[in-house]
Design a protein around this ligand. Structure first.
Ligand SMILES: [Zn+2]
Length: 145
């Protein structure tokens, strides 16, 4: 069996930030901006491990956009006080709030695909290649085996 070594957290984070498979680093995970492949063609990693798995990616997306929004908002306020230009401020912040989730969508999915909870591969489905996923799940309450 051709096993791929598990990369470190920093490597997985970097790969997720560049829309690549966090495990093997291969690209082409998206057919279009919003359509992600089900499995990595390089290592066979199945991305949606259970129904609702992408809720974490959406939460990460919202938190990231909220953080960018807050930083820009506070920076613009600090730079323009006491005469706050409301219209330019809105012209900057509304596009961030409206387009930010769209712009970060694929990145949040690739980041979450390995940064989220580590679950076993789909039961009954052999893995094409890659390292077998441990059947144990670690969480704040301990480790399930
Ligand atoms: Zn892969």
């Amino acid at each position: 069996m051709n096993e791929i070594p598990e990369p470190g957290r920093a490597t997985m984070l970097l790969r997720g930030c560049t829309r690549r498979c966090p495990r093997c680093g291969s690209g082409r995970l998206f057919h279009r901006w919003f359509v992600m492949v089900e499995e990595c063609s390089g290592c066979g990693l199945h991305f949606e491990r259970e129904p609702g798995y992408w809720v974490g990616a959406m939460a990460m997306n919202i938190i990231a956009v909220g953080g960018i929004f807050a930083v820009v908002f506070v920076t613009l306020l600090a730079l323009t006080l006491p005469d706050i230009p409301v219209i330019p401020l809105l012209a900057t912040l509304v596009p961030i709030a409206a387009l930010g989730p769209i712009a970060l969508y694929p990145f949040s999915k690739t980041l979450w695909s390995r940064g989220g909870p580590r679950l076993p591969a789909r039961p009954g489905r052999p893995r094409a290649r890659g390292r077998p996923i441990s059947p144990s799940i670690s969480g704040p309450g301990g480790t399930l085996t």
